[in-house]
Design a binder for this molecule. Structure first.
Ligand code: TRP
Length: 454
């Protein structure tokens, strides 16, 4: 595939659909609720929203600008914008981050395939919470079955990226996404009306500020980066495919709103059920997989809802893994002239290896620990709590301090047709708010703040 093909594919891509496809995924429906549950509920939600608005939106806009101005992959775009300097390393770091994210993301994506099968074979009916938890634990800590699903899922991702049919996928996600939204709303209505469901809403929307710790703040920030696909060049790569006619700031607002609404709706579907069923909200990664099957079992037409839900969850995961793989592929194809197929095969092999490590770390290898974590949590924490925020910080510094402001304004205004009255505030966020907030949050968590005397 030549560079021209790449741009071609890009100009026809429904940009909101593609970027939203990347952003909306397991991060919204699987990760957001359990992170919220583990971090005390309402207070986490508020900090999360602050991070989305003050860090996420400006950094997404910066990534789009870098990509569309640079017209290349994550590292290549930096090379074009800052020739002879080391900024491209930020892009390279993103490629590495992409591998690590995929390393645990495919495990959970594999779970969605298992749950499609369970839904189709009507496995949720007449099972109580304890049984559903046990079923999930037996499956996810098993050896062979999760690995088979990871492999199947990775083959699907690789085939789509190889065939270059992202466009088809993104186009279909234009109607699949609203469908997902409808299902989550229906689930939410059922969950809220369960006996005791209101306690879940209270947990979600009544912040207890006493619960805010440095860990909660870091987790909320990490979740914001993760959910919006930021800090590792994903939106730079997609930005390079965006046509010059597109209004970037409007795209950012649309993608961010959609992503945030879906996450909050997912939480509304889950927490009332969690409280109604007496599930521990701080359960962890299994939260969605043991809570929602229960809700389906208590819903008219639950059989069909369940199938639809897990199929759409799987598709949402797929549009995210496509974007992650594309970061790696675009980098190696453009920078090292790899054939698309070669790098897709190599990357898939590497990701499968990491995926197997992550999956086994929940079962037979749970005692293999690095920094007190198994591979699954290690890949997750390392990426969302360190690599993505640091990447985001560097992207903010690059666009805030380094990149030519006139050319940025030019990108944003589309030759004068789009509003840019937010520009000063945007640059202020990039120059000061993002670098200071991200550094403080990370330092604070590392305990360095005491050491540095603040
Ligand atoms: N944002 C996606 C989700 O919420 C996951 C994802 C896709 C991602 N691309 C990314 C996360 C890039 C971080 C960086 O499921």
């Amino acid at each position: 595939m030549t560079i021209n093909d790449r741009i071609n594919f890009g100009s026809k891509l429904g940009v909101v659909a593609a970027a939203a496809g990347s952003a909306v995924g397991l991060g919204n429906i699987w990760r957001f609720p359990y992170e919220l549950g583990q971090n005390g509920g309402g207070a986490f939600l508020i900090i999360y929203l602050l991070c989305v608005i003050l860090l996420g939106m400006p950094i997404m806009l910066s990534e789009f600008i870098i990509g569309r101005t640079g017209q290349a992959n994550a590292a290549g775009s930096f090379k074009k914008l800052a020739p002879g300097q080391k900024w491209w390393i930020v892009g390279l770091m993103g490629v590495f981050t992409s591998f690590l994210i995929m390393g645990f993301y495919v495990v959970v994506s594999g779970w969605t395939l298992e749950y499609i099968v369970q839904a189709v074979s009507n496995q949720f009916i007449n099972k109580d919470t304890a049984t559903l938890s046990r079923v999930f634990a037996d499956f996810s800590t098993g050896t062979l079955r999760p690995i088979i699903w990871i492999t199947v899922f990775m083959i699907i991702t690789a085939t789509i990226v190889l065939a270059g049919v992202q466009k088809g996928i993104e186009r279909s996600s234009k109607f699949l996404m609203p469908l997902l939204l409808i299902i989550i709303i229906a689930l939410g209505i059922r969950a809220v009306t369960l006996p005791g469901g209101i306690d879940g809403l209270r947990f979600l929307f009544k912040p207890d500020f006493g619960k805010i710790t440095s860990e909660v703040v870091l987790s909320a920030m990490g979740q914001a980066f993760f959910s919006l696909s930021l800090g590792m060049g994903c939106m730079i790569t997609y930005g390079s495919y965006i046509s010059k006619k597109t209004n970037l700031s409007k795209t950012v607002v649309q993608v961010t709103m959609l992503d945030t609404v879906i996450a909050i709706l997912a939480a509304i579907a889950i927490f009332p059920a969690v409280f109604s069923l007496g599930i521990n909200p701080a359960q962890g990664p299994e939260l969605v997989f043991i809570t929602l099957p229960n809700v389906f079992a208590h819903m008219p037409g639950g059989y069909v809802w369940a199938i639809l839900f897990f199929v759409l969850l799987c598709v949402a995961a797929l549009t995210s893994t496509i974007s992650l793989l594309e970061v790696i592929v675009a980098y190696f194809v453009e920078e090292y002239k790899f054939h698309r197929i070669t790098i897709i095969l190599l990357a898939t092999a590497g990701i499968l290896f990491l995926g197997v490590l992550s999956s086994l770390s929940l079962g037979v290898w749970k005692d293999v620990q690095i920094f007190g974590m198994g591979f699954f949590s290690l890949f997750d924490s390392l990426t969302s709590k360190i690599l993505m925020p640091v990447g985001g910080l560097l992207i903010a510094v690059f666009t805030g301090w380094k990149l030519n402001k006139d050319s940025m304004l030019e990108e944003l205004s589309g030759g004068g047709q789009f509003k840019t009255n937010f520009f000063k505030f945007y640059i202020f966020l990039l120059r000061f708010v993002a670098p200071v907030a991200i550094s403080l949050i990370i330092l604070n968590q590392l305990g360095l703040s005491q050491w540095l005397g603040f």
